[in-house]
Design a protein around this ligand. Structure first.
Ligand code: UT7
Length: 321
């Protein structure tokens, strides 16, 4: 038994922030942002627009694509680092908004790897027969964590949500997932405050995402490179058998390095970075939905999903659509 992706959906907030807009906010240039990251614009949630607000239309689109309704969903698993509230979790907030009652609903936090972690957890429920129809979401409003006066981080991130519906199938499916983390890298990418350390350490509204971009870059290339080779070896398949690489969208140079390791031309990589920026846990399901809806990714094709993020966390999924 496998868990199969029966439908995908995504949603981006309406407000767009271009590199030209950022030139007016911080000491940066369109040329620097494009050449160093590949990003041209990003979508930003307006005040009051929450992670759950983005997750709802993404989930509805995935449910419509899969032909399922609220009564069919029996598990909700959301990857997010930017919950509306500390609790109730985003899974339950989403559940209520979708008119679903009673099924297990939770969110998990693995930064930009959140969707791969959520997919890996949910596919086990489906594969083991405990879920017949799981809703898996990656949704973020990282713009709320960013210091909009810090040019080294604010140009990189955007908001959005992506979702998939998983159903049991005798045909593959999610073929394998590979999750990793190493907390020794915690200082490379983190948000400095939380409940048990006490909010307001830096003063109300003064805490922001902190990143050693250069060092994250190096570890990302190494760990992603390793996990894609691990995925191929675990399944006894060759690089040439991957139809599409659907990577976390953080930096075009990182994506190109992984494509090179897989000897894949960039034409077989789904890249949404230029228009979405880095949407953290939402980036892979957003890219997956884009590739499916524009007809590039076709039923029966084999996809390699690969993510990394704060923690550091990283992981992959080999998927037959
Ligand atoms: O989702 C996972 C999380 N994060 C990532 O994956 C990020 C991984 N890292 C990266 O993508 C890249 O390291 C960045 C895009 C963040 C930075 O690119 P870089 O080529 O590593 O640049 P750098 O940090 O080495 O900075 C080069 C220069 C510096 O100036 P000096 O010291 O050489 O004079 C920076 O101060 O660029 C400067 N700089 C900027 N200049 C214009 C940094 N940010 C900007 C900016 N505009 N926005």
């Amino acid at each position: 038994m496998y868990a199969r992706i029966a439908g995908t959906g995504s949603y981006l907030p309406k407000k767009i922030l271009t590199n030209a807009d950022l030139e007016k906010m911080v000491d940066t240039t369109d040329e620097w942002i494009k050449s160093r990251s590949g990003i041209e614009q990003r979508h930003i949630a307006v005040p009051g627009e929450t992670t759950t607000d983005l997750a709802v239309p993404a989930a509805r689109a995935a449910m419509a694509a899969a032909g399922v309704g609220p009564a069919d969903i029996d598990l909700i698993c959301v990857g997010t680092t930017t919950p509306d509230l500390i609790f109730p979790n985003v899974g339950t907030l989403l559940q209520q908004r979708l008119g679903i009652h009673g099924c297990a609903a939770f969110s998990l936090e693995a930064a930009c790897s959140g969707f791969i972690y959520a997919l890996s957890v949910a596919e086990k429920f489906v594969r083991l027969g405990e879920s017949k129809c799981a809703l898996v979401v990656g949704a973020e409003t990282l713009s709320r964590m960013v210091d909009w006066t810090d040019r080294s981080t604010c140009v990189l991130f955007g908001d959005g949500a992506g979702a998939v519906i998983l159903k049991p199938s005798v045909e593959p499916g999610i073929i394998s997932t590979h999750l990793h983390a190493d907390g020794k890298y915690k200082d490379l990418l983190y948000f400095p405050e939380g409940i048990s350390t006490g909010f307001n350490l830096a003063g109300q509204g003064k805490a922001f995402l902190r990143m050693k971009g250069n060092e994250v870059y190096k570890v990302a290339v190494t760990t992603l490179g390793r996990v894609v080779l691990e995925t191929l070896a675990a399944n006894g398949i060759d690089k040439s058998q991957i139809d599409w690489l659907v990577p976390h969208q953080a930096n075009i140079r990182i994506i190109e390095a992984i494509a090179k390791r897989l000897e894949m031309p960039m034409e077989r990589v789904i890249v949404t970075l230029a228009t979405h920026g880095n949407t953290s846990a939402a980036s892979i399901p957003l890219a997956l939905d884009a590739g499916i809806r524009d007809g590039r990714i076709k039923p029966g094709q084999q996809l390699l999903l690969a993510a990394f993020g704060g923690g550091l966390t990283w992981g992959s999924a080999l998927v037959r659509l």
